[in-house]
Design a protein around this ligand. Structure first.
Ligand SMILES: [Zn+2]
Length: 308
């Protein structure tokens, strides 16, 4: 179950959580399958923090579960005191929280991590890993059920040392030139779904939204990159941005009330196996591999599944 979002007794202070169990996938009950935050969720969290975190001073810090923390600036509990938060930036699936005096907190939540911006009196969850105490009795906490995500504390020049951060392609929300997109794709030979979620060609897309993008583009998710026509590639590029822009607005509206486990119920195909396709009415197909769900419409996105 997802956590509640709005904390009682602390108006305007919310839990920012992306947790949401996908109880059933492909007819099999899956426990511990989490929704990874993708560009829409992280974009909204970024804006949320930019409205509330910027200008706040760190008064203390505690590391409760050190396994998620990589500090290249010594003991965060000592070093962070007295620093003030600046602008929050998103790069693909990473959030960069800048602080005064050349420090950056980089959060890569992966499948199970999330941030809490909450009143200090709020109960500290068992899965809380790092707490930065701020002025006005507010905490910025990093929580992670399975400690799969990462929390880095570095200087600006050390951002190069954060694994994966610089390997990402242009952001899905940025305008992209088709020829550049095609050129970047050339290096990858696998199925288009896997190529897109890897983040090297376009960043910010994960397992859920890629299904939505390929559905909108009418492209079979398991089609090999080489087999895609220019027309299909154009549709993929156009739909990537369009789907994420629309989803970001929906997520933004929904977070205004409560961020609950139905946050992605507005998706058209992802995790909707067996339900009618919103375009043609055919039953949505769903496969699960390595706890990753793929949902698509066989009629709208025709193709042949080739098993190796
Ligand atoms: Zn369909």
């Amino acid at each position: 179950m997802a956590e509640p979002c709005t904390l009682t007794g602390a108006p305007g202070v919310k839990l920012i959580s992306w947790r949401g169990r996908q109880a059933r996938a492909g007819g099999l009950a899956i426990t511990g399958a989490f929704s990874m935050p993708e560009a829409p969720e992280l974009e909204v969290v970024k804006d949320y923090l930019n409205e509330r975190l910027v200008g706040r001073e760190a008064v203390a810090a505690r590391v409760l579960r050190p396994s998620v923390l990589r500090s290249l600036q010594g003991d965060i509990a000592e070093d962070v005191v007295g620093r003030t938060f600046g602008i929050v930036e998103r790069r693909g699936k990473y959030l960069l929280l800048r602080m005064s005096g050349d420090r950056v907190v980089v959060v890569n939540p992966k499948l199970t991590g999330g941030l809490q911006f909450c009143a200090r009196k709020q109960r500290v969850y068992k899965r809380t890993c790092v707490v930065i105490e701020l002025d006005d009795e507010i905490d910025l906490r990093y929580v992670d059920d399975r400690q799969m995500g990462m929390y880095y504390y570095v200087s600006e020049s050390q951002l190069d040392d954060v694994p994966g951060l610089d390997d990402q392609g242009p952001d899905v929300l940025d305008d992209q030139d088709f020829d550049d997109f095609k050129e970047r794709l050339r290096r990858f030979h696998g199925e288009i779904k896997g190529v897109l979620t890897r983040g090297r060609v376009i960043s910010g897309i994960g397992n859920a939204y890629v299904d939505e993008i390929l559905f909108a583009a009418k492209v079979y998710p398991f089609k090999k990159r080489k087999a895609l026509s220019d027309d299909e590639l154009h549709r993929i590029l156009d739909c990537s941005r369009q789907v994420i822009v629309e989803a970001t607005e929906t997520v933004r509206e929904r977070m205004d009330g409560a961020l609950d486990r139905k946050l992605r119920d507005f998706l058209k195909v992802h995790n909707k196996g067996g339900e009618p396709c919103p375009d043609c009415g055919n039953k949505i197909s769903q496969l699960t591999a390595n706890k990753q769900i793929t949902s698509y419409c066989r009629r709208c996105q025709p193709g042949m599944l080739i098993r190796n």
